[in-house]
Design a protein around this ligand. Sequence first.
Ligand code: MRU
Length: 374
Amino acid sequence: MLVQGQHYRTIWVNKNDPKCIQIIDQRALPHQFIIEDIRSVQEMATAIQAMHLRGAGLIGAAAGFGMYLAVLESIQYSNFQEKLLASANQLLATRPTAVNLAQAVTQQLELLKNTVSADQAIQDSFLLAQSIADTDAQNCYKIGQFGLDILVQLAAKKAGETLHILTHCNAGWLAFVDYGSATAPIYAAHAAGIPLHVWVDETRPRNQGARLTAWELEQHGIPYTVIADNTGGHLMQQGLVDILLTGTDRTTYKGDVCNKIGTYLKALAAFDNAIPFYVALPSTTFDWQTAHAADIPIEQRAADEVKYIQGLGPNGLQKVLLTPSKAKAVNYAFDVTPARLITGLITERGVCAANQEAIAQLFPDQLNHPTIKA
Ligand code: MRU
């Protein structure tokens, strides 16, 4: 997508040095645009865990490139497979909830398990990492087209009045490789000339909405308003929200949606006010092995992310303490919205209801697996 008129993806290979992966360091946004070089598995693991990059699709692409870096490191050793597995486990331990990470690592391990030569391993893992990233971008583009149909229908009911979309967290291009999931239909609708406006939940504690979604929308000239996380229910009661549209970090094959903490409360408010709630996701975010939402690992992050807040001060970026210094804080990063509260899922193959039968119709190749029980 565009940053000051120039096209960027969120992750790419340095064109002058194929051993260097480059990312946008999202910790500094929206105030500074910093590109970070990543040259080792350790650096990639840190970038994922400390959220220099984040978002399910991007975490998956980063893990794919992380495994390519793991190959570059491991081929120096006679116990190549052992070293590779250790790096895979290091990447897997970074963030537990977004399923894209495990999928990318597993795909790389599967590809590399019968490697015969170092050159082949390097080439194969490089191509697979590129393909994971390219597929993510293509899927998000298609999500945009299917989601556009929904926004066109809603806009038709408004007879030329502005369509109001509420979103939570950042399911934009910064959370993927390009386009985003929840934002892709918004970009497509904006390009199609539909008048729209986005309510952006600030998304405490890391403020992905206030910092990242707001910045993205601004770069694209899309009207938006940042709101405190507690505001959405009131706006819905006032008739100021036409659709709730979010992404997801892991969705069970029965349609329960795990997403950024706070999504569940917005879903309840939308349900109570008969406002449609659509969740946009590439199929890499389905968990084809998990039926029960209770089995999804919910990441807990450092309490300091709740106690401190970062912003731009007179001397640049700074962190300030919000709470009493000895306050106890807890930081659950995700919650689960039950399928019954969701109007539909927007995927790269089309839109379906959030239930196993409907998901199976779009993805028979995944859901006809014998291990999957109704
Ligand atoms: O903790 P993050 O920023 O990696 O959270 C993930 C997300 O980007 C959101 O939950 C988003 O809505 C899901 S779409 C990738």
